[in-house]
Design a protein around this ligand. Structure first.
Ligand SMILES: Cc1ncc(COP(=O)(O)O)c(C=O)c1O
Length: 408
């Protein structure tokens, strides 16, 4: 296993005690911690270069604009986009989905059209489509999730072939199951039928190599805060031809070519979709986060996450009454495990773990339909990132054994 333990020194927040125990942060699927390199980049930007982008002719504005646009190009390379113009900065995954569900859907969906989604989507890739369907008179149909936590791909194909399907959306890596969906295969099926595709990459980017052209999707969304960048910044990738046919979203400064009192004309993507002053510092932080991750190597981070989760899944089998959702080992999955314990409600278990210094997450993880599918009110979830160690995973299993004794 790649030894990344020396990287823990980069994360100041990890070096503290909680409840008299060393903090063990196992909630990175909700939000990752930030390395010193990203924090320093933000401080440097505010101390030296802070100014509004694009519209200035002075030194600071030029510097800020240069850095801002350099990150756009960096993101494009990081996710394999054909051009920086295909990278739209958003506030996060949720905003990216909403942009497409409002702009693309309102423009292209007609009454009776079908949106195909899946039973394992995060609410942020589910509710926007329900709203879009309501607005346009379209229908959302869902691909069922099988008992092993994978998608029913035969049902997915059958749904796509029913006709009237205009858009297919699915999560790349499930935040509640860890399932890695075969998105390239799914998008190829959709593309052959002329169906537009959106992939939710919130749990994939920064954990595994992602190449949007190899996936062959039309849209791909992710959040910066889950990959060591600040909160409030995210990315919507849109294929150039698809973006070119979309009207603007928000109106305001920066997205126009010319404005008269009678009407306006609009810039091309990405400016067309970025009205107003953007989160400049967030973009600079995202660039620093990508530099940081690439400095380690995404393949290395992926291998680390795989070894950690596979070893943890084996050890979790020793905990009496513990049920893990999602694909069983040795199937590759995201570096997270959501589980329920027969003797304790997830909230009680997470509070108990907190008294031992462990940061877990308990609840429905914004996937209520999925929880219903598996007959649970919620689960407790441990999620890893590059700074977690085998010793921390062992401590998790030890605390779960103690919890079983405590709650029984
Ligand atoms: C799979 C998935 N999609 C979407 C989101 C929403 O991300 P954000 O809240 O950063 O917009 C999350 C967050 O947990 C997620 O895990």
């Amino acid at each position: 296993m790649p030894d990344l333990s020396h990287r823990r020194a980069d994360f100041p927040i990890l070096h503290q005690q909680v409840g008299g125990h060393p903090l063990i942060y196992l909630d990175s699927a909700a939000s990752s911690q930030k390395p010193r390199q990203v924090i320093d980049a933000l401080v440097r930007y505010y101390e030296r270069d802070n100014a509004n982008v694009h519209r200035g002719l002075h030194e600071l504005s030029n510097r800020a604009t240069e850095q801002f646009e350099a990150v756009r190009a960096k993101v494009a390379r990081f996710i394999g986009a054909a051009s920086a113009d295909e990278v739209i900065f958003t506030r996060g995954t949720t905003e990216g989905v909403n942009l497409v569900a409002q702009v693309w859907a309102s423009h292209f969906l007609r009454p009776g059209d079908v949106i195909v989604s899946t039973g394992m989507e995060h609410h942020s890739n589910l509710v926007p489509w329900q709203l879009a369907a309501e607005r346009c008179g379209a229908v959302v149909k869902y691909v069922p999730v099988l008992e092993d936590g994978t998608l029913d791909l035969a049902a997915l194909r059958a749904l796509l072939e029913e006709g009237s399907v205009k858009l297919l959306t699915c999560v790349h890596v499930s935040n509640s199951l860890g399932t890695i969906n075969p998105v390239a295969q799914i998008c190829a099926w959709a593309r052959a039928l002329g169906i537009t595709t959106l992939v939710d990459g919130a749990q994939a980017v920064g954990h595994m190599p992602v190449d949007v052209q190899a996936i062959g999707c039309d849209f791909y969304v992710f959040s910066g805060h889950k990959i060591c960048a600040p909160t409030g910044i995210g990315v919507l990738y849109g294929r150039a031809e698809v973006l070119a046919n979309m009207p603007p979203w928000h109106g305001g400064g920066e997205m126009i070519d010319s404005v008269t009192l009678e009407g306006s004309t609009y810039k091309q993507a990405p400016a067309r979709f970025e009205a107003g002053t953007p989160d400049i510092a967030g973009v600079i932080g995202l660039g620093a986060a990508i530099d940081y991750l690439e400095g380690i190597g995404i393949e290395v981070i992926h291998a680390h996450g795989q070894e950690l989760i596979q070893a943890t899944l084996q050890k979790l089998q020793t905990v009496p009454g513990l049920r893990v959702l999602g694909p069983p080992p040795p199937v590759q999955r995201g570096s997270l495990a959501a589980f329920s314990l027969a003797c304790a409600h997830p909230h009680d278990l997470v509070e108990y773990a907190n008294t031992k210094g462990l940061a877990l997450r308990g609840g429905h993880h914004c996937t209520q339909p999925l929880m219903r599918r598996f007959g649970v009110v919620g689960t407790s979830r441990a999620s890893f990132y590059l700074y977690n160690t085998h010793a921390e995973a062992d401590r998790l299993v030890e605390v779960l054994h103690q919890a079983v004794k405590f709650f029984s």
